[in-house]
Design a protein around this ligand. Structure first.
Ligand code: KIV
Ligand code: ZN
Length: 513
C-alpha cells in the first residue's frame, strides 16, 4: 500500500523572493491557477506582511483559486501582526492555513534573536495559541532544524503541538543536511510525533545549497514524512528549493522503494515549468532533471540505436508522463546509422540499397562535422541532392529554408524582411512586431501561411567569446499539438529565425505542404 504524500508548493513565496523573479498580480494568478491544474494540495501564496501588494495577491489567490481548490497558506513570523496579515488574506479560501516560522538552531537563537531557548520557545507557543484562535489549521516551521540540537528541536515540536499546531515543518533552511542523516532525523521525529499526536502531519522543506534538496526530501519521504514542500523548477532562495517535478517523478519511478505517491497530475509538469520559467524570466538549465530541454533528448549514437529498438533501453521516465510529446533524437556526428536511417525514413525517403545508405552516411558525417547539429531541413536538402529531384524515392514535400533576413530594430516599428527558399521557389515577406524577433516570426508566419501560437521562445549562448554560438529553441502550437524547433548560429537573430522555421518544417512534415 502506498502512502499519500501531501505536496505544498511554495513557488509564489520561497520562489518569488529570488532576485529578478518578482511577479505582478496577474502573473501570480496565472501561476496559482496552473498549480491548481497540477493538483498541488497546498499553495503557499506569499508573505503578506511584507507588502500591501503581497497581501492583496495572497487574498486574491485565496478568493479565486482557493474556492473548490487547494488549501491556501502564507507565511508569518511568530508575531501577532504577521499572523493577522496571514489570517486576513487566506481566510477567504475554502481551506485556509496559517504558516509560521521561528528558528530553533543555536545560531538563530544567539545571533538572530539574542534570546534564550526558553524565551524563543515561549514566543512560538504563544504564537501558535494565538493563531489557533483564528483558524483550525496551523503549521509551525522550526527554521534551520537541520542545524538544531535535537532535544531542543523536539521540545519545541512537542510544545507547539500541545499548543495546537496541526502540521510540523522541518526545514533544512541552509542546505546543510545530507540524505542519510536527514532521513534519520525525520524518522526520530516521526516516531515521537506519532506517539504524541498521530493526527499531526510531519513536513519537510529542503534547500539546495549543495544540490541535495531533492535527495534530502526523498530521504524524508522514505523515513516517514507526510508532507513535502517544493517549488517548480527548484526556484527559491539562493540555490533554490527541492524541485517539485524531481521529487514527484522520483517517487513515481521508484515506487518500489519509497512506497509513496502524490495527487500531482504529472502531465501538467512541463507546462507549469515553462510557465514559471517564462513569467519569472529565469531559464531552466538545459540538462535540468525532468524539465530541462535536454532531459529527453538523446544524441549519442549508442543511445539512439538502443532507444530506437525500445525506448526503455535508455529512458526510465516517458516524456509523455510530464506532458512532452516525445523524446528527441538530435542528429550530430556521433549519431549512428540506425538513428540517421530513422530520421531519413521520417522525412519520407527510402534508400534502395545498403550501399546507398552507407554512402549517404558519409555525406551526413561530412556535414555534421561542419555544422555540429543537423536539423530536419539540413538533412532534407542533403537527401534531395543525394536522390536527385526526380527520383521516385524522394517525397514531393518541400521544406522551408532561410536564405537571408534583414532587421530594423528601433523603439517605434521594429521590422523584419525574410527571404526563404521552398523547393525552387524564393519567397520574400516583411512584417513589424513588438521587437525584432517578434517581427521575424510575424514575417515567417505570413510567408509560410502556417498560423501557429508561439508557446515558448528561448535563446542563449552555448559557447564563449566573440564567435559564441547562440542556441534558440521554440515551442509552437499547431492543431492542438506542440512542435519544437531548435537552431545554433553565431548570430542569435538568425538562430531564432531558423529555430522557428525548423518548428514549421516539422508541421509541414506531419501535415504536408
Ligand atoms: O527555508 C526555510 O526555512 C523556510 C521556512 C519559512 C519554511 O523557507
Ligand atoms: Zn525556504
Amino acid at each position: 500500500m502506498e502512502k499519500r504524500i501531501i505536496v505544498l508548493d511554495t513557488t509564489l513565496r520561497d520562489g518569488e523572493q529570488v532576485p529578478g523573479a518578482k511577479l505582478n498580480l496577474l502573473e501570480k494568478m496565472e501561476i496559482a491557477n496552473q498549480l491548481k491544474n497540477l493538483n498541488v494540495d497546498i499553495i503557499e501564496a506569499g508573505f503578506p506582511s511584507s507588502s500591501t501588494g503581497d497581501f492583496e495577491s495572497v487574498m486574491k489567490i485565496a478568493k479565486e483559486i482557493g474556492k473548490d481548490g487547494p488549501m491556501i497558506t502564507a507565511l508569518a513570523r511568530a508575531i501577532k501582526s504577521d499572523i493577522d496579515a496571514v489570517y486576513q488574506s487566506v481566510r477567504y479560501a475554502d481551506s485556509p492555513l496559517i504558516h509560521m516560522v521561528l528558528g530553533t538552531s543555536a545560531v538563530h537563537l544567539d545571533k538572530k534573536f539574542n534570546k534564550s531557548k526558553e524565551e524563543v520557545l515561549r514566543m512560538g507557543v504563544e504564537a501558535v495559541r494565538y493563531a489557533k484562535t483564528l483558524l483550525p489549521e496551523v503549521q509551525y516551521s522550526t527554521e534551520d532544524a537541520a542545524r538544531s540540537e535535537f532535544e531542543y528541536l523536539w521540545q519545541t515540536i512537542e510544545q507547539v503541538v500541545k499548543a495546537g499546531a496541526t502540521m510540523i515543518n522541518v526545514p533544512d533552511t541552509v542546505g546543510y543536511a545530507v540524505p542519510e542523516e536527514f532521513g534519520e532525523l525525520i524518522r526520530k521525529i516521526n516516531d515521537r510525533l506519532k506517539n504524541l499526536n498521530h493526527k499531526v502531519l510531519l513536513s519537510v522543506h529542503c534547500h539546495n545549497d549543495t544540490g541535495l534538496a531533492t535527495a534530502n526530501t526523498l530521504a524524508a519521504v522514505k523515513n516517514g514524512a507526510d508532507k513535502i514542500e517544493c517549488t517548480i523548477n527548484g526556484i527559491g532562495e539562493r540555490a533554490g528549493n527541492a524541485a517539485l517535478e524531481e521529487v514527484v517523478m522520483g517517487m513515481i519511478l521508484r515506487k518500489d522503494y519509497y512506497h509513496a505517491t502524490t495527487n500531482i497530475i504529472t502531465k501538467q509538469i512541463k507546462k507549469t515549468s515553462q510557465m514559471v520559467s517564462g513569467l519569472m524570466g529565469i531559464d531552466i538549465q538545459v540538462n535540468k532533471a525532468i524539465t530541462g530541454d535536454n532531459a529527453f533528448a538523446h544524441s549519442s549514437g549508442i543511445h539512439q540505436d538502443g532507444l530506437l529498438k525500445s525506448a526503455d533501453v535508455y529512458e526510465v521516465i516517458s516524456p509523455r508522463d510530464i506532458g512532452v510529446e516525445k523524446m528527441e533524437l538530435i542528429l550530430t556526428a556521433r549519431s549512428g546509422k540506425h538513428a540517421l536511417n530513422d530520421a531519413v525514413r521520417k522525412l519520407g525517403f527510402e534508400f534502395k540499397s545498403e550501399k546507398d545508405s552507407t554512402e549517404f552516411h558519409q555525406l551526413f558525417l561530412e556535414l555534421a562535422d561542419k555544422k555540429k547539429e543537423i536539423y530536419d531541413h539540413d538533412l532534407f536538402y542533403l537527401l534531395k541532392e543525394f536522390f536527385g529531384e526526380s527520383d521516385s524515392n524522394s517525397p514531393s514535400i518541400e521544406l522551408f529554408q532561410l536564405i537571408d533576413f534583414q532587421l530594423v530594430s528601433n523603439n517605434v516599428f521594429p521590422s523584419a524582411v525574410v527571404k526563404v527558399k521552398k523547393g525552387k521557389e524564393i519567397l520574400i515577406e516583411s512584417a513589424t512586431g513588438n521587437g525584432s524577433i517578434d517581427a521575424i516570426y510575424n514575417a515567417l508566419e505570413k510567408l509560410t501561411k502556417i498560423s501557429v501560437e508561439l508557446l515558448e521562445y528561448k535563446t542563449g549562448s552555448v559557447s564563449k567569446g566573440q564567435q559564441a554560438l547562440g542556441r534558440s529553441t521554440v515551442q509552437l502550437l499547431y492543431d492542438k499539438k506542440t512542435y519544437s524547433g531548435r537552431a545554433l548560429d553565431t548570430d542569435v537573430a538568425k538562430a531564432s529565425a531558423i529555430a522557428f522555421l525548423n518548428g514549421i518544417n516539422k508541421i509541414v512534415l506531419e501535415h504536408g505542404n
